[in-house]
Design a protein around this ligand. Structure first.
Ligand code: PEP
Ligand code: MG
Length: 663
């Protein structure tokens, strides 16, 4: 028997909803198919189901034959007609099994010999001193074995393959059992596990082994074929599943080879993370509390890895280039995030020096706590807002603890990178509302999505670009994709009801971008009104981070409510020096007269127009530059929570000196 219906599942049968549908289907003994147009697939394979590409509001037919066909059709049609089917709520209800095994920290002892490989130097990216056991994050490259099996070898190889699938599935179960797993991460791991358990994949790999191919090559063959199918679909959500299939294939190959993948979850407390390259997203979801320091071959002082490290007070030295390979096999390492020096396997004298410096830094940090609740003012009484730069709601507490006077930059990228598909308007509304409430009555400045080809996200197809930093990013991409931009603007309008939300646009280089955004905001407000939803208007500002924005600052100032200077990008664009390229790190210097002049021009234009001018680039937290910025006329400085108390002290002292001079 069969029945047709219109799919109401929000966003269609992508990842989670598809695998939940399959789970439901597997609970019935009948053979069940899902039919869309003239294509029919087994409803018991999530890979096949996802490849069918069923979208919200499409018509599909469920066909079942067997003893329980009536119940099966009833249940599956009910699922397809439920807009919230396969959501996080359902996942939460399904609790994971056993307790995870705690990771035992490796013992750390100083090497009594002098440094074996000598001191190295990278870019000082997050201040502070750290010393601890080295934890290498160097994911292995997997290659085809290309072994042709003799007939009598095939059964054993097939057994190895089955065992490898079982090992990976078990590991994923163990990860899902972790009680401290964020819901978004749970969703990602659960989706990977569904792929690892899918008959489409296991059977394809088994078939290749039965033809005489070694198991590693068979897994690579099967996964790349399925990944290619996903990559060729005309749906960006499903295109992103290709990466999931490849990730699962990699895990199975490693299990076959008896190798462990580099896994940040295994990092022991107090260890120094060493990597050639690490994605901002990988670092953001790593157990940051356990990481004492970060060393990386790639990156620079204003790369997002540096920003995350600073936000969490983790010393970091980045941009080591090839020399990071020398650290692959060291046992311990000391790093100085102020100078960029690294000491592999430090001698006892260095160990003692580092412990002493860490002690001094701790004492200084304690002394700064006295400034937590101070409201710093210029000598003329003007309040200088010391606000926090945040990337996720997890950082709210640290910012409040530090005494942040609101949020000067909420980077929304992580919200988009964290999810297996674009975050819905409701989820965004919830996120921005939480922020607004947490800091009310202080302002919370949310930056609209600032993403480009250098850090793509699922749901947006970025073209290959020769120069992603000069390409389709930030406001440029958002204006071309109202389907992405409007839900964010609508969510911000809805959240503005609950607190002091302000919105700023990244990468602005033309007045037209501000005007086009404003008309989109008006359109969103009109829609919300029509729908009878609550919303409130917000102040719209721009980041000044392109040379063009500096040059047209007097014109921009007439059209926006505030400026926030993004010194990270402004420095790279003024100096034509890539912020991620360690070779030009010297030029990437905010104190260069060219950059300081650009900042001054911007402040002047803003002050003359009577709008607020703030700064949210990393320079805003630099105690050596704060006096100059305050003297220029900046009235808001936004920074990593870890820098807030020192900045408050700095501005407060400046006010005291000014008062004494005025007496
Ligand atoms: C900047 O460019 O200064 C900035 C704050 O934005 P991001 O570092 O996220 O590019
Ligand atoms: Mg920027």
């Amino acid at each position: 028997m069969e029945r047709s219906t219109i799919v109401r599942v929000h966003d269609g049968l992508h990842a989670r909803p598809a695998t939940r549908f399959v789970k439901l289907a597997k609970g019935f003994e009948s053979d069940i198919e899902l039919i869309k147009a003239d294509k029919s697939v087994s409803a018991k394979s999530s890979v096949k189901l996802m490849l069918l590409g069923v979208k919200e509001n499409e018509t599909v037919t469920v066909r079942a034959s067997g003893a329980d066909e009536i119940e099966a059709i009833e249940a599956l049609i009910g699922y397809l007609e439920d807009p919230h089917a396969g959501t996080a709520e359902e996942d939460r209800a399904e609790k994971a099994p056993a307790e995870p095994t705690p990771v035992q920290p490796k013992a750390f002892s100083a090497n009594s010999n002098t440094s074996a490989t000598g001191k190295l130097r990278g870019v000082a990216a997050s201040e502070g001193f750290a010393i601890g056991p080295a934890f290498g994050f160097f994911p292995a490259e997997i290659k085809h074995e290309n072994r042709l099996l003799a007939a009598n070898e095939i059964p054993a190889e097939a057994g190895r393959l089955t065992q490898a699938f079982a090992t990976v599935q078990h590991r994923m179960d163990m990860s899902l059992a972790a009680t401290d797993l964020a819901e978004s991460d749970r969703g990602i791991i659960a989706a990977l596990k569904d792929i690892a358990c899918d008959d489409e994949l296991t059977q394809a790999a088994e078939a290749l082994v039965k033809e005489g191919m070694d198991a590693v090559s068979a897994v690579i063959g099967a996964t790349s074929r399925i990944a290619a199918d996903f990559a060729s679909m005309d749906d960006p959500y499903l295109n992103a599943r290709a990466d999931d299939v490849n990730a699962v294939g990699r895990q199975i190959c490693l299990a076959l080879l008896g190798q462990d993948d580099a896994n940040l979850e295994a990092i022991p407390t107090g260890a120094i993370l060493i990597a050639d390259d690490i994605g901002a997203w990988d670092l953001a979801r790593a157990p940051l509390k356990r990481i004492a320091g970060v060393i990386c071959g790639h990156g620079g002082a204003t790369s997002h890895v540096a920003i995350i490290a600073r936000a969490h007070g983790i010393p970091a030295v980045l941009g080591l280039g090839q020399s990071v390979q020398e650290l692959q096999h060291v046992r311990s390492v000391a790093l100085d995030g102020n100078s960029g020096d690294i000491f592999p396997d430090p001698d006892q004298m260095t160990v003692d020096r580092f412990h002493a410096q860490i002690g001094v830094a701790d004492t200084e940090r304690d002394a700064l706590k006295a400034y937590k609740n101070i409201v710093p003012k210029r000598a003329d009484g003007t309040i200088i807002e010391i606000a926090a730069n945040l990337g996720s709601l997890d950082e709210i507490e640290a910012a409040q603890e530090a005494g942040a006077m609101g949020v000067g930059l909420f980077r929304t990228e992580l919200l988009f990178m964290r999810h297996i598909h674009l975050p819905s308007e409701d989820l965004q509304t919830e996120t921005y509302t939480t922020l607004a409430k947490a800091f009310a009555p202080h302002p919370v400045i949310v930056r609209t999505l600032d993403i480009g080809g250098d850090k793509p996200i699922s749901g947006i197809d970025f073209p290959d670009e020769e120069n992603p930093f000069l390409g389709w990013r930030g406001i440029r991409m958002c204006l071309d994709r109202p389907d992405v931009f409007k839900p964010q603007l609508r969510a911000l309008l809805r959240a503005a009801v609950h607190g002091n939300i302000k919105v700023m646009l990244p990468m602005v280089s033309d007045l037209g971008e501000v005007r086009a955004t404003r008309s989109l905001i008006d359109e969103c407000a009109a829609e919300l009104k029509e729908e009878g939803r609550d919303y409130a208007n917000f102040d719209l500002g721009v980041m000044v981070e392109t040379p063009a924005a500096v040059m047209i600052a007097p014109m921009l100032a007439k059209e926006v409510a505030f400026f926030s200077i993004g010194t990270n990008d402004l420095t790279q664009y003024i100096m034509a020096a890539d912020r991620l390229n360690p070779t030009v790190a010297k030029l990437n210097d905010v104190t260069h007269p060219a950059v300081m002049a650009a900042i001054e021009l911007t402040v002047k234009a803003g002050v003359e127009a009577g709008i607020m001018v703030g700064m949210c680039g990393e320079a805003a937290g630099r105690a050596d530059l704060i006096p100059a910025f305050v003297n220029m006329g900046l009235t808001e400085l936004s920074m990593s929570p870890a820098s807030i108390q020192r900045a408050k002290k700095c501005v407060w002292e400046l006010g005291q000196v000014g008062n004494q001079e005025g007496e």
